[in-house]
Design a protein. Structure first.
Length: 261
């Protein structure tokens, strides 16, 4: 079996284990495809350095997280994204979006940053990894009113919406990121997973956050992708081998990465 982790912040300094060990543990658990979303200008160098150290396993995205946006830095952060797009190959724009959970103060600035980065993704023919915490309908509306949806390839990272919203996302041909929350008691994600095709699901950890049960509360890492896959297999009434094959193919197609021989 071969798995992919389509959303891990492996480059962050929060991890207690060194990066070489984290990559090795992921490989030992059959997770050789690690897709790394950026946070902002303060993290991009660490992300690039890690991907340059492990180019056969780590794939970089470029973008600005919505909680990093304020009324002073929209222009400079977007210039950072444009600079790196001209300098290096990336597999996606991300993570980008709207976050109204922590603070609504910079909602206007978040909208501008999101729209501008989606436009960059279209221009560079890259998929987008979307953060939409407490903002799923707003984020969908921004996409539908500002863009030709046929030109957008998207995954709704750390999906937190309901079944009907997930079906709407799938109807547009977009994907849903499923992580450790699917294993949590009282999570709505099991119903979502049951109701949408496996062909639209991407597995992720959002490491170092949101570790699955029975590791909830501990530091998350890509080694737990098989735990998430096992839960998805149970919900879809298929084998974990089928989940591994289909979701990894989904990831490679989404990020336009050739399968490793």
């Amino acid at each position: 079996m071969v798995f992919s982790d389509t959303h891990t912040h492996l480059y962050l300094k929060d991890f207690t284990k060194d990066k070489k060990t984290l990559v090795k543990v992921a490989l030992d658990n059959n997770v050789p495809y690690l897709f790394l979303p950026n946070v902002d200008s303060s993290t991009i160098n660490d992300l690039i350095n890690l991907c340059d150290t492990f180019p056969e396993y780590c794939y970089p995205m470029i973008g600005v997280h919505p909680t990093s946006i304020n009324d002073h830095n929209v222009s400079s952060e977007l210039k950072m994204v444009q600079y790196w797009l001209a300098m290096k190959k990336f597999v996606a724009i991300g993570e980008i979006g709207i976050d109204l959970y922590w603070d609504k103060t910079y909602f206007k600035q978040q909208k501008k940053a999101f729209i501008d980065q989606v436009q960059l993704a279209i221009e560079h023919q890259l998929p987008i990894s979307i953060h939409s915490r407490d903002s799923l309908e707003i984020t969908l509306d921004l996409l539908l009113t500002n863009f030709d949806t046929k030109r957008i390839s998207a995954v709704f990272h750390c999906y937190s919406g309901n079944v009907e919203q997930a079906k709407k996302i799938v109807d547009y041909g977009w994907s849903v990121g499923i992580g450790g929350v699917v294993t949590y008691k009282n999570s709505i994600l099991p119903e979502v997973v049951k109701e949408i095709p496996l062909s639209f699901i991407l597995l992720e950890t959002d490491a170092p956050y949101l570790a699955p049960v029975p590791y909830r509360g501990k530091q998350n890492s890509s080694e737990y992708i098989p735990v998430i896959a096992a839960k998805v297999a149970e919900l879809k009434n298929v084998t974990i081998e089928q989940v591994a094959e289909i979701t990894t193919n989904n990831a490679l197609t989404f990020f336009k990465i050739p399968a490793r021989k």
